[in-house]
Design a protein around this ligand. Structure first.
Ligand SMILES: [Zn+2]
Ligand SMILES: [Zn+2]
Length: 152
């Protein structure tokens, strides 16, 4: 999908779901990292993250286009165009736009866990945070834990 295709897609989405034309520029912006799209209050243009299409597919991109078009149309009409505004929430729901953009960053490496072993029954517990072994007891037998260590 190139810039022209994106522009066309945004214009089509606007007419289909909002019954209103999109009269500004829609651009792929590689500088967007974690957000899927952005509405520029000053120029009324829209930016979209090209990674959305790459990693999450067309349906998600359209969901984000709808979200940004909610900002766009409401702002141009002088209605509540912020996420917390009722106008925004209602319109977003109406057109089926995405509230949040699914994570775009690579999955982080699994967090390493602290491993504990119950001294009495031998059951193993894993926690993200270290805990004080004198304060917690085994859920199964109420025995005391010992710290085995942290997974590599
Ligand atoms: Zn937004
Ligand atoms: Zn136990």
């Amino acid at each position: 999908m190139n810039q022209k295709d994106l522009q066309q897609l945004v214009e089509d989405t606007s007419l289909t779901y909002f019954n209103k034309p999109f009269r500004h520029q829609a651009t792929f912006n590689t500088r967007l990292k974690t957000t899927g799209g952005r509405y520029h209050l000053g120029s009324h243009d829209l930016d979209f993250n090209p990674k959305v299409l790459e990693k999450l597919g067309l349906e998600t991109l359209i969901g984000i286009i709808k979200h940004e078009l909610c900002h766009y149309h409401l702002h141009l009409e002088g209605k509540g165009s912020q996420h917390r505004d009722r106008d925004f929430k209602n319109l977003l729901k109406e057109v089926g736009g995405l509230r949040f953009v699914p994570a775009l960053t690579e999955q982080k490496k699994a967090v390493s866990l602290w491993k504990y072993k119950c001294r009495k029954c031998g059951s193993v517990a894993q926690r993200q945070r270290r805990f004080n072994t004198s304060k917690y007891v085994c859920a199964k037998c109420k025995g005391k834990f010992e710290l085995l260590g942290r997974e590599a």
